[in-house]
Design a protein. Sequence first.
Length: 368
Amino acid sequence: MTTVLTAATISSTGTVERTTILAFITVVAFVGNLVLLVTIGQSASLRRIHFNKHVVNIGIINLMTCILGMPMVIGYSVTSNWDYGDTMCRVLAHLLISISIAMCLAIFMINLDRVIAITDPVKYNEAVNSIKTAIMIIISWIVAILFPLPLSLNLEPTAPFEHRYICSIDDSSNLDYLIALYSVCFALPSVINILFFVYIAREALSEREAESVEGRRRPSAVRLWPEVQSSGVVFILFLLWMVTELPYITLSSIQQYIHSKQIGNVLPYPSHLDTVFVWLKFCDAFILPFVIFKWRKDIWLKFKDLMFCRKSNGVGDASPRGDKSAKSNKKRRNRSPANPRHGKSRFEATMPIPTIKATKDGLHVQGL
């Protein structure tokens, strides 16, 4: 029996594979970011750390992608037709661009937080507090919502893209708006982030050279290295964003630039690049929780406590050595002078022991 593969069969198979991949990315990203938020939210010690407040902001951004953006993308992928109308097309375009801007600014803010901590670790708690952190996050969201507002108000055109399976800025959009959007919201924060990383690397190398010259660990290094390690996590998040988000932004901006009314030429490239880059864009929300759990030991330990229903010992919430510290504290308590099983008590050690001495004048008791 001969099987005949028709164009409809191949198309149907491709649709199933495409939809399965998108659904898998969405479910894993949703569960991972939800678990991350619950882990931080149920721990008072984790909530007090300013770094983790930015992590919560990033987790919320990813959840919004999974809940508000991905269902329509998956629906578009199934039917290969945009069936939600022009209004929802503008809303989805606004939402996806706002989420991209919010993510870029979130990484910028968390990097700024690390720079402040490294510049002056002693005065860090004065320069950064919960209110200032919340204000920064709110401002970033205001910027993320306002910049794509012309799309929702129909001041700039939007359109569904066949191979991207999303709605985005139409190729005929105004060139000045595109330049302002990509420059202010993506290019500028990215360049500043790179400068921040260069500064942090120079500070770390300078401290390392000073230690090698002096031959000992300086007190400033004790405060500096934990902050440098946290900056390493931020660097990984920035690289993840660059790898997953930047290809789509770059291709989209070049395509819109060339297709704009001012230019009017065509950039030939394989249509499947659109699909791959959009999938890569959504993988940011998929991978990020694993990065946080891998490189933030305090969050990972709290997650394990949550998974196995263990009570926190109160010491290990913010330190990977919390369990060891608790055990050593217990040993010290067991060896304390108040415990008679481990040596003499303080009273026994200080009380004189009476002795009886016989002399020619009789018996004498000494030591009382």
